[in-house]
Design a protein around this ligand. Structure first.
Ligand code: S3P
Length: 171
């Protein structure tokens, strides 16, 4: 399927929602560049996200995240996958809403947990009780993600390409 992008499509939502995987499939389907704010932050710092959190702290990461998102939205149109916390900052939300179309990939807690529980790449889940941490983040964040322009529900059993098709249908 081919569609012309008028604005950058910005994937938002919790860790484990599939923002990167679906974003890549969507970009391929739309013949548009794929952009990834976490990957850009890691590239610029030459460090992984856990290393950045550990060395410089979350607030430093959030400053870099804001700068990278602003730059990517300015530079080119495409599909932009953001980290799970990006849409929470009002400044990011305003920018994303003015320059892009935000798409919340809405997956329920069970699905999110099943995807993130075996990975050690999320600093916010490197705590003694990661399921409680994820649950709290989920409940705190859902009302904010719900402010996205579009919501696409992720369900178990849907492939990445199915999800990309759902996003295209919603655009
Ligand atoms: C974060 C999610 C991560 C990454 C960082 C913080 C969050 O991205 O940006 O660990 O606050 O939810 P993913 O959503 O791609 O895991």
């Amino acid at each position: 399927m081919r569609a012309r992008l008028k604005k950058t499509v910005v994937m938002v939502g919790m860790m484990g929602a599939g923002k990167t995987a679906v974003g890549k499939a969507l970009a391929a389907a739309l013949h548009a560049p794929f952009l990834d704010s976490d990957a850009e932050i890691e590239k610029a710092a030459n460090m992984t996200i856990p290393e950045i959190f550990e060395r410089d702290g979350e607030s430093f990461f959030r400053v870099k995240e804001r700068q990278v998102i602003a730059r990517l939205l300015e530079e080119k149109k495409g599909v932009l996958s953001t980290g799970g916390g990006a849409f929470l900052a009002a400044e990011n939300r305003d920018l994303i809403t003015s320059k892009g179309v935000s798409v919340w990939l809405n997956a329920d807690l069970d699905l999110l947990w099943s995807r993130v529980k075996h990975k050690d790449t999320r600093p916010l889940l490197r705590v003694p009780d990661p399921l409680s941490a994820l649950t709290k983040l989920y409940h705190d964040r859902v009302p904010i993600y719900a402010q996205a322009d579009l919501t696409v529900v992720s369900e178990p059993g849907l492939s990445i390409d199915d999800m990309a098709e759902r996003v295209i249908a919603a655009l």
